[in-house]
Write a protein that binds this ligand. Sequence first.
Ligand code: ATP
Length: 207
Amino acid sequence: MQVLFGGTFDPVHNGHVVMAESLARAFPDATVHVIPNRQPPHRASQVSAEHRLAMLNMAMEGIPQITVNAIELGRDGPSYSVDTLRAFRAQFGSNESLVLCLGADAVRAVDQWYQPEMLVKLAHLCILNRANQTIEIPQVLGCYQPTDSVSDFSNQANGLLGRLATPDVPVSSTEVRALIAKQAPTLPVPLKIADYIGWHHLYQDTE
Ligand code: ATP
């Protein structure tokens, strides 16, 4: 089983780390791929892909089963999840269980994605709690078959929709950038990420 957890990670924060740890625990036989975007389709990132990748590597270091996968950084143009899932299918074959993981906020925006109707044919969908956000499934995901247990994901290659009861971690990258801009003494990121941000003077002029 291959589990995909993608994002901008601009910068990576404690919420991302807790989600990655939860995924590794929930899917003990899987490889969990943490996948930074090259270029977010809906907005520009604040710092270079190299800095985002370096921070992600540091934050995920030592978490079992996790691999930071730079597949989207090697592709031209915007990073579309369907392209990444097609690349995984080509690499792992049609029988491999692929699990696309999204926070509740990201699920709501799926209908604005490129070819969202293709997702069901490529992967399962695993929804993660996002603090203070309700879970709403857009119509375009209506072909997914709901399941009460994410352990069902190992029984087939794609097509199931489940929810993982992850802890609420009320933090976002937007908030982290705003805290840096106002020189907050502590940040909700791993200590080594805070050190890296300070050392490289990242996000100092965020509005
Ligand atoms: P921004 O504030 O810049 O939009 P973000 O904090 O939402 O960033 P992303 O890198 O865009 O971070 O998110 C990557 C993935 O992680 C998405 O699926 C998102 O829903 C999920 N995610 C981010 N933060 C949390 C959190 N605190 N709890 C649960 N899921 C999260």
